[in-house]
Design a protein. Structure first.
Length: 248
């Protein structure tokens, strides 16, 4: 009941609970997850409302696979004018490859909307292989290689809908800081197979600091490039997000 109440409270102001730290099979057996959110309201000289929230649920078999799903939303207004409205949903399955400890295969599906980049819907699905490269004092490093199918529907008639096949390359990193805090990074490179000058480059870094019991403060920085965005949309995006995370 306590978990349900916290989940409902977060979703009422439904920030992306985008997974940055690499997920390891057997690290957190059973069902785990978290809710994350922040709320900012200003009145007087500054009129502003911003709501961010999300939820993540994961199941780890402890022996051969791990799967998780996450959903988040972000909405903001300034002086009564909407300036942010986006959602994100992701589902992923990772399984050991031939019982090899340092090699996995994975499948994923993802859906996004973003009113201010004119994306009515971006849906993608794909898969590939993940390799564990390093786990020592420097940190924990994974790299992935694969491909994906992407469908993009734009909210403006100036841009035609897209059906693309892209490569999918990524690197993810995590380093524990003390007993419960952690620094994490993930970077994706997704070039269109038949037009390499059309690519998406995504970078995310997170510092997660333990506060009390199951509560954490999360500071995330994102820097993304879309080399071929919708007409009138900038190629580069930068965002910084601070939120409170409750893990269960």
């Amino acid at each position: 009941m306590r978990h349900l109440l916290l989940l409902l409270a977060t979703l009422t102001f439904s920030y992306a609970v985008v997974t940055i730290a690499p997920v390891e099979i057997g690290k957190n057996p059973g069902i785990t997850g978290g809710v994350e959110g922040s709320l900012e309201t200003s009145r007087g000289n500054t009129e502003k409302d911003e709501y961010k929230g999300g939820v993540r649920v994961q199941y780890d078999s402890n022996t051969s696979y791990v799967t998780w799903g996450e959903f988040s939303a972000n909405y903001a207004e300034a002086s009564g004018v909407k300036n942010t409205n986006k959602t994100y949903a992701h589902l992923r399955y990772i399984h050991k490859y031939l019982e090899k400890k340092d090699m996995n295969w994975e499948l994923f599906a993802q859906s996004q909307t973003n009113e201010f980049t004119k994306i009515e819907e971006r849906f993608l699905t794909g898969g590939g292989f993940r390799f564990h490269l390093l786990d020592d004092l420097i940190g924990n490093v994974y790299t992935g290689v694969g491909g994906l199918y992407e469908y993009i529907s734009y909210s403006t008639s100036l841009d035609s809908n897209e059906d693309n096949i892209r490569g999918n390359l990524y690197i993810s990193y995590s380093k524990k800081l003390g007993e419960d805090s952690q620094l994490s990074y993930i970077g994706y490179y997704q070039p269109k197979i038949d037009a390499l000058d059309d690519y998406i480059l995504s970078n995310g870094i997170e510092l997660q600091v333990h506060v009390y019991a199951e509560l954490f403060i999360s500071l995330k920085l994102f820097y993304n490039i879309d080399s071929k965005p919708a007409m009138g949309v900038k190629k580069e995006d930068f965002s910084q997000m601070t939120s409170l995370v409750y893990k269960f």
